[in-house]
Structures are given as structure tokens and as C-alpha cells.
Design a protein around this ligand. Structure first.
Ligand SMILES: C[S@@+](CC[C@H](N)C(=O)[O-])C[C@H]1O[C@@H](n2cnc3c(N)ncnc32)[C@H](O)[C@@H]1O
Length: 414
């Protein structure tokens, strides 16, 4: 078994659910600090694996399970850099539970050790803050050619977990696909690409969770056909194409359909994704009206349903009640339509959750409708819902007026 540590994003429960969904033999060992999950898996996760995750920004693999002390870190670093190219090396330490003074002493000792063995080096990051992920990429520190990062976690009992960073989020790539795509519609709200990846990973899990994966050391992520019936300008479809998943997309608004088509064309050119390799189709359709997909049945629906009107200021309870009534009806009619015209297809969707002057309001009736339709809300095992009162996950950035309740529905077994 390999031991890994994942540094989780600002919604740690969702990040954990994603890891659990993507890694079939995920075995959770606990969280160190607030946001570092330690887990075991028989799979060899490689440096590109992190590109499939929206919820983790650093992934490290344990390099020693002996009970070592901090004094041995310089030697460990030297060993890890044995195969590095000639020239000045760059290293960093990413720590949890180690006071800044000790971090400072450690990196100085590391520098000295490398100097003694004839390798000049440079430390990136500070004693209080590890280097940003982008710096690790810029300095070739992930593949170990010109440097590396050592991860040191000290738990509450004082036990050390020592590893090496094997993956760091590609921040530039996210910014590019978020900001450079030709059509951005800030009016209907913009789904962050990272959240789209998380929804996609949860969807793939929901559609394949009963199928046993073939024993293999390398993790192969399934390439399923995904349907987004509220596609907007296509953040989810773009993530599908990047993952080589064929995608079907529709929206009631022709403006959205055109925008989604333009963005798909753009990502195909940018990333050289040919139509013959990964298919896509976009059309205009009301998601509450029958889907005609008999000849092109999706494996899973992954969608960000309507969040209601764009809000410029905190709504009143009265405003919210009106939006809630409309939204309940839309969501219920959509779910009914899926059950009738695409029976058995798992659904990952988001329900709006409003923060207003008197507190917060979430959808209620749609849960009763779902129950009647035989839809069961599920979550990857060991993931416990928080704060929603339903078997769902809450995604909300501080200060946001409309949060998203992430729901995974599957048809109950009869
Ligand atoms: C929150 S936006 C989705 C944004 C999308 N995730 C993106 O990447 O741009 C919701 C979308 O639902 C669409 N919509 C609203 N009611 C609909 C309906 N009844 N059927 C299909 N689409 C609908 C809107 O036109 C809007 O594009």
C-alpha cells in the first residue's frame, strides 16, 4: 500500500468526497491540521493524476515509514535529489504542525548538507508559508529533475509523516480555461472549472460504483458519455472533453447553446481534441421536456441546474421565497423528466441555497419529489454530509449569496 497526503481546497469535505470517488481502493487514515488528508491506496498515482482533481492542490507520497526525527530531513532531501540534473537545485518544505523557527532551521540545515555534497541550492517558500504550486512547476521540482519538495506533517501525537510532492495543481491551466475562453456569461453565474471537475468525478463514480475495476497498478479514469442539460456556456462540457469523455449538452437558451458551441470549438483547437476522438453535441432544449436520446444514451448526467436570477445585493426573505418556489418547480420537473425519459441514469446536480437578510433558505419540496420518483441521494462511503440536513454536500465561498447544494441521485433498487 502507498501512503499519500492530499492538501485539500477551501471545501475540504467536498475534496475528500472527490478523492474517495476517484480512487477505487481509497482508504482514509485521517486529517492532519484542518486540510491535509492522509490516505492509502494500492495504485501508483503519477504526477499528472492531480490534473484530474478539482479539490486538491498538492499531492505527496510518503517516502519513509520509519520513525524518523526532523534531524534526518536533510539526508532524506539529499537522497531524493540523487538523480537530479547538474546545476543549482531548488527545494522547498511543506509542513504542518512544525513551528516556523524549526522550519527555518531545517531548510538552513538542508542547504548546508547539499552544499557539502557539492550541490548549490535555493530554498523557495518561507518559514511560515510553503511555495505556491506554480513555483514548483516553474522550477521543475515535481519530476525531480532540478529540485523537489519534501512534505512533513506532524500529527497531534507528534508522529511524523514524511513524503515528497508528486503533484501540484496547474493554476495557469485553470486560469486559462476560465478566463481565455471566447464566451463568458457572468450574468448566469460562472461555475469554477475546479467545481466542474469535482461534479464530473462524482458523476463518474455514481455511474461506475457497482462495477469492479480490473486489477491494475495504474489508475485509469473511465471515459463515460456525460450529459449536461443546463450547459450554459459549457464549463462542464469543456472539462469532459479535457478528460476524453464524449459529451452531450443542451440548454433552453439559444444564446447559451451558441456560447457553448464556440467554447467547445476553442478548447478543441487549444488542446487538439479531434471530434473523431471525443464526440460532442450541443442543442437547444428545455430540460423539463422529454429527452430524445434513444440512439445516444448518456452514462451519467452532470449538471449545474439553474441557480435562479443573478443577485446584485443580498436578497430579502420575500425575494428568496419567490425564487425558491420557481426553482422547486424547475428542479422537480427536470427530475421527473429524467426518470421518465432517461430511466436509471445517475444524476449529479446542484440545488441553489440562498443566504438572505434573515438567514439561509434551501430547497425542500424537490426532496419529497425525488423520494416519490424513487431517487436516492448517495455519497461516496465515509463521507458525511455537513450543514445541509440532506445527504448532500455544501459548496459556498464566504460571502456568496447563492451557494450550491451538490446532490448525487441514483435510482433506488427495487
Ligand atoms: C447556472 S447556469 C449553468 C451555467 C453553466 N454551468 C456554465 O458553465 O455556464 C443555468 C443554465 O440553465 C439554463 N436553464 C434555465 N432553465 C432551463 C430549462 N428549463 N431547461 C434547460 N436549461 C435551462 C439557463 O439558460 C442557464 O444557462
Amino acid at each position: 500500500m502507498n501512503s499519500y497526503a492530499a492538501f485539500l481546497g477551501h471545501q475540504p469535505v467536498i475534496s475528500l468526497a472527490e478523492l474517495n470517488a476517484v480512487i477505487p481502493d481509497f482508504s482514509y487514515k485521517g486529517t492532519i491540521g484542518k486540510q491535509v488528508a492522509v490516505f492509502e491506496s494500492g495504485y501508483e498515482l503519477d504526477t499528472s493524476f492531480i490534473n484530474q482533481l478539482g479539490g486538491s492542490f498538492i499531492l505527496a507520497r510518503r517516502i519513509t515509514d520509519k520513525s524518523l526525527s526532523l534531524n534526518e530531513i536533510p539526508k532524506i532531501l539529499e537522497n531524493e535529489l540523487q538523480g537530479a540534473k547538474r546545476g543549482k537545485l531548488t527545494f522547498s518544505l511543506r509542513t504542518v504542525g512544525i513551528p516556523p523557527k524549526q522550519v527555518r532551521e531545517l531548510y538552513r540545515a538542508c542547504k548546508q548538507r547539499l552544499k557539502k555534497s557539492g550541490r548549490p541550492s535555493r530554498y523557495v517558500g518561507t518559514d511560515k508559508k510553503a511555495a505556491p504550486a506554480i513555483v514548483l512547476h516553474e522550477n521543475d521540482m515535481i519530476d525531480g529533475k532540478l529540485g523537489c519538495e519534501i512534505v512533513i506533517l506532524r500529527d497531534e501525537e507528534g508522529e511524523l509523516w514524511i513524503g515528497r510532492t508528486i503533484g501540484a495543481q496547474d493554476v495557469d491551466a485553470y486560469t486559462k480555461r476560465d478566463m481565455d475562453k471566447p464566451v463568458r456569461d457572468t450574468f448566469v453565474g460562472l461555475l469554477p472549472p475546479k467545481l466542474a471537475q469535482i461534479l464530473l468525478n462524482l458523476g463518474v463514480w455514481a455511474a461506475t460504483r457497482d462495477k469492479k475495476s480490473k486489477d491494475s497498478k495504474k489508475l485509469k479514469l473511465p471515459k463515460l458519455t456525460v450529459f449536461d442539460p443546463f450547459c450554459g456556456t459549457g464549463v462542464i462540457p469543456l472539462e469532459c472533453l479535457l478528460r476524453s469523455c464524449p459529451v452531450l449538452a443542451s440548454d433552453v437558451s439559444i444564446k447559451a447553446v451558441n456560447g457553448c458551441n464556440k467554447n467547445i470549438e476553442w478548447i478543441r483547437k487549444e488542446e487538439k481534441i479531434a471530434k473523431k476522438d471525443v464526440a460532442s453535441e450541443v442543442w437547444k432544449q428545455d430540460a423539463t421536456k422529454p429527452f430524445d436520446l434513444k440512439n445516444n444514451k448518456p452514462d451519467v448526467i452532470v449538471t449545474e441546474t439553474s441557480l435562479g436570477p443573478n443577485l446584485l445585493k443580498k436578497p430579502t426573505l420575500k425575494d428568496v421565497q419567490k425564487m425558491k418556489t420557481e426553482n422547486e418547480a424547475l428542479q422537480a420537473n427536470f427530475l421527473k423528466n429524467v426518470v421518465e425519459t432517461l430511466p436509471g441514469i445517475p444524476i449529479v446536480c446542484t440545488f441553489p441555497l440562498w443566504h438572505h437578510s434573515k438567514g439561509k433558505t434551501q430547497l425542500v419540496k424537490v426532496w419529497e419529489v425525488a423520494e416519490k420518483l424513487g431517487l436516492e441521494p448517495i455519497l461516496p462511503h465515509e463521507i458525511h454530509p455537513e450543514k445541509t440536513g440532506h445527504n448532500s454536500l455544501l459548496y459556498r465561498r464566504p460571502g456568496q449569496m447563492v451557494g450550491r447544494e451538490i446532490v448525487i441521485f441514483v435510482q433506488k433498487k427495487k
